[in-house]
Design a protein around this ligand. Structure first.
Ligand code: GPV
Length: 817
């Protein structure tokens, strides 16, 4: 008997069918006969939304009236993925939806496919935010996600005839979007520019221009919690304030210019991942959403109060700063408290530091945001004054803690010199209660290296919260076959809200019957992916080969180049007979990756991968043995299809560079084995699944450091391993560029002379471990046993557990009663 704890549908199929019909008629004005899949999608979504509104209203009411502190997750990115099926799952309506849609003569899959994925994030950081608000709601913790409703999300990636990445605008709001609710009546005014003057001994900011921040609310339904939180994404609208002076001179176009420019603020998501651009518009975006959110929180928690007692603010809400992007919120709250509500500096600082906490998501120094003080001063003159004052107070405080003048100088929030810079990570560390990294190793390195001076003087501020992923989207929705098998194996579906229960599968790894069923699930997922790929991308993938996947943003530190070099070496070995064709384990390699549009080396790597795929897939010598596919536009939807079909996943960044990774968690939970370095959360995944069930290779953090110190010479490695030499020589010779020797010359030159991320140093270990991988794969029972142990032992990586850690270590709050 299987225990079903999943929520029971609030409606029967018949009722839901009627509700869809009603929406078709009254909201869309089409008849059932006229309705397209897209119409059904909108109608069903609107109908589903109606089942959430009561819980949404009570959650908000309980949040404001109750004594539970809320969480405000401030994030420039929320990479939500499609909404409809997630809402259906959490309401227990998946079956009723399928049946109702069929009753209306439509294919549920096509209806679901009509939803356009909101891509309001770049990669891991944005997806983490989406997983976190799902878990907050599922745990019943009152929370707001606060961000920006970009009109254009992450660009749509295409490849041209030469295999180069082409970016197309992602106009995701081109069709009706039923989930976001625009609330014009709760808008906030956000101002910029101008000057600061003294009036009656008080600083008064006289801004030059303002925009109207209009909230677009998305319901965030919890799984089984009966709670529905809010994701409030701000959209910039202009105030209808004409420049009359200009207008009178009948210069209409110039008169509307400020309005047009105001709306630019929320127009586009910056497509750089981990590489801040330092553009004025970006700072405008950051201030825009953070200022609106802070005012919104005051409005929500002190309704109708002119003179609220904001010393209680930190008991009402705790703001988590998702990386440095929202850190301008610290001087903004100071400004609000001092200038708008009349608090003194010390009181304001006490409130502010109690309210904010900061999560760092990187170790790369170039990824930490630094803003020129000049730019902040032009855009936010009062904030610059406050930042300078924070800096002064902070330096004073440091003098009480250490006599080390150099250290104090290193810790300046605002640097000295004639072009001073504001270090946002330092401002966040000084201006909040806690700083956390996103995996054990990362948090350790944050303390020991990146923020060393701070952790020495403020050791109690620092903590770790290892990332996690939501099992609802990434197991239940993405992998229904495995979900059914897990539920069967455990005799309950409670694991969806208590992922540690997966441990109960450990003994089943030794049950031949269960192993067989697991193998069938994986194979069925591979067949399903092959069909999806054929249909969507037009390529054939053979499900009887090993499915090996590397999906993530294209970045040099993540080392897609290591994968592609090993792949070329393998290709060459088969072709020139170094390996006997019959000994080759057939493998299909999938890549998915977007590169920042201005990131030259990353884009060249994309071009190389595409052209290796072209050459390999068209070479009869390796047919059936090796195939490479690079479906364009990797996104949440593609992840949901590809991850469950993957058997071997690649997490091969240079040790010490990937803060955590979250794809690694999704793959392990879906029964893929990982080949990876001792980096980010790989370390913890390997601890949990056991060293025998993880393919570890490569230099460690310490070895990397030693090698930098000793002087790293990549050419040495090129000479030492003939496989590596062969691969690089083939690229140089034009094998993947129709004979042109120049195409990839910049990549080759970098590898041979710089290779900052030590791809060449790790090549031999990486190429060697492939034999181990393939030997194991030949013993399918042994492989699947290890894959099951990956599923069984990675329940820790649920984002529910991450949120519980935040609650305990940082936020000090909990679920609503
Ligand atoms: I900083 N990350 C990201 O996606 N974008 C960024 O701008 C920055 C970090 C990622 C890290 O690279 C991953 O290691 C990590 O798993 C993820 O953030 C979530 O913490």
């Amino acid at each position: 008997m299987t225990e079903q704890t999943a929520p029971k549908s609030p409606v029967t199929t018949e009722q839901f069918t009627d509700e869809i019909k009603e929406q078709l008629k009254y909201a869309q004005g089409v008849t059932v006969e006229q309705a397209t899949d897209a119409d059904i999608y909108v109608a069903a979504s609107l109908a589903v939304r109606r089942h959430l509104v009561d819980s949404w209203a009570t959650t908000q009411k309980d949040m404001v009236n109750g004594n539970t502190k809320a969480v405000g997750y401030l994030s420039a990115e929320f990479l939500m993925g499609k909404q409809l099926r997630n809402a259906l799952l959490n309401l227990g309506m998946l079956n009723e939806f399928d049946d109702a849609v069929k009753a209306l003569g439509h294919d549920p899959q096509l209806v679901v496919d009509s939803e356009y994925e909101p891509g309001l994030g770049n990669g891991g950081l944005g997806r983490l935010a989406a997983c976190f608000i799902d878990s907050l709601a599922s745990l019943g913790v009152p929370a707001f996600g606060y961000g920006i409703q970009y009109k254009y999300g992450i660009f749509k990636q295409e490849f041209d005839a030469e295999g180069k990445q082409v970016e197309r605008p992602d106009y995701w709001l081109a069709n009706e979007e039923p989930w976001g609710h625009i609330d014009y009546n709760r808008s906030q005014k956000v101002s910029f520019g101008g000057e600061v003057v003294e009036e009656n001994g008080k600083k008064v900011w006289k801004p030059a221009w303002s925009v109207r921040a209009v909230p677009v609310d998305y319901m965030v339904p919890g799984y089984q919690s009966g709670r529905v939180n809010t994701l409030r994404l701000w959209s910039a609208k202009s105030y209808d304030e004409f420049d009359l002076l200009t207008f009178n001179k009948s210069d209409y176009l110039n008169a509307v210019k400020p309005q047009v420019e105001a709306e630019n603020i929320s127009k586009i998501l910056y497509p750089e991942d981990s590489t801040p651009q330092g553009k004025q518009l970006r700072l405008e975006q950051q201030y825009f959403f953070v200022a609106a959110s802070i005012h919104d929180a005051i409005r929500v928690f002190y309704p109708g109060q002119d003179k609220p007692d904001l010393t209680t603010f930190p008991n009402k809400i705790t703001f988590q700063l998702n990386d440095t992007h929202p850190v301008i919120g610290i001087p903004e709250l100071m400004r609000v408290l001092i200038d708008e509500y009349g608090y003194d500096w010390d009181t304001a600082w006490d409130i502010t530091t109690k309210t904010f906490n900061y999560t760092c998501h990187t170790l790369l120094p170039e990824a930490l945001e630094v803003w020129p003080a000049r730019l902040i001063g032009e855009l936010l003159p009062r904030h610059l004054e406050i930042i300078n004052e924070i800096n002064d107070h902070f330096l004073e405080e440091l003098k009480g803690l250490t006599r080390d003048k150099e250290r104090i100088n290193r810790m300046r929030i605002v640097t000295e010199g004639n072009d001073p810079q504001v270090r946002m990570a330092y401002l966040a560390t000084a201006g909040g209660s806690h700083v956390n990294g996103v995996a054990e190793l990362h948090s350790q390195l944050l303390k020991d290296v990146t923020l060393r001076d701070f952790s020495d003087l403020f050791p109690k501020k620092f903590t770790n919260v290892t990332n996690g992923v939501t099992p609802r989207r990434f197991i239940r929705l993405a992998n229904p076959r495995l979900s059914a098998l897990i539920t069967e194996g455990l005799g309950t579906d409670k694991w969806l809200s208590d992922l540690d229960l997966l441990q109960g599968l450990v003994p089943l790894a030794d049950d031949p019957e269960f192993v067989k069923k697991f193998a069938e699930v994986k194979h069925a997922n591979k067949v399903a992916f092959a069909n999806f790929a054929k249909d969507r991308y037009g390529f054939e993938a053979n499900p009887d080969t090993m499915f090996n996947t590397m999906v993530k943003r294209l970045h040099e530190y993540k080392r897609q180049s290591l994968k592609i070099l090993a792949l070329i070496a393998r290709y060459a070995a088969i072709k020139n007979g170094t390996i006997n064709v019959d000994d080759v384990l057939p493998r299909t390699v999938f890549f998915g990756a977007k590169a920042a549009p201005g990131y030259y080396m990353a884009k060249l790597t994309i071009q190389l991968i595409n052209n290796v795929a072209r050459v390999v897939n068209n070479d009869p010598d390796v047919k059936g043995k090796l195939a490479v596919h690079f479906p364009a536009n990797y996104n949440v939807r593609l992840a949901q299809h590809l991850i469950p079909a993957t058997e071997l996943d690649e997490q091969i960044s240079q040790a010490g560079k990937e803060a955590s990774g979250t794809g690694n968690m999704k793959f392990a939970l879906n029964g893929a084995l990982t080949v990876g370095t001792l980096d980010g959360a790989n370390v913890e995944i390997r601890e949990k699944v056991g060293a025998d069930n993880f393919f570890l290779f490569g230099l460690t953090v310490d070895e990397v450091e030693d090698l930098y110190e000793k002087g790293y010479d990549p050419a040495k490695y090129y000479e030492a391993d003939p496989r590596l030499k062969m691969a690089i020589d083939m690229i140089s010779a034009g094998t993947f560029s129709d004979g042109d020797r120049n195409t990839y010359a910049p990549l080759v030159a970098d590898w041979l002379t710089k290779d900052y991320f030590m791809t060449l140093a790790d090549f031999t270990a990486y190429a060697d471990i492939q034999y181990q991988i393939e030997d194991l794969y030949r013993d399918q029972d042994a492989w699947n046993r290890k894959a099951i142990l990956n599923v069984a032992n990675t329940g820790y990586f649920s984002s529910d557990r991450s949120i519980e850690d935040y609650l305990e270590r940082i936020w000090h709050t909990g679920p609503l009663a």
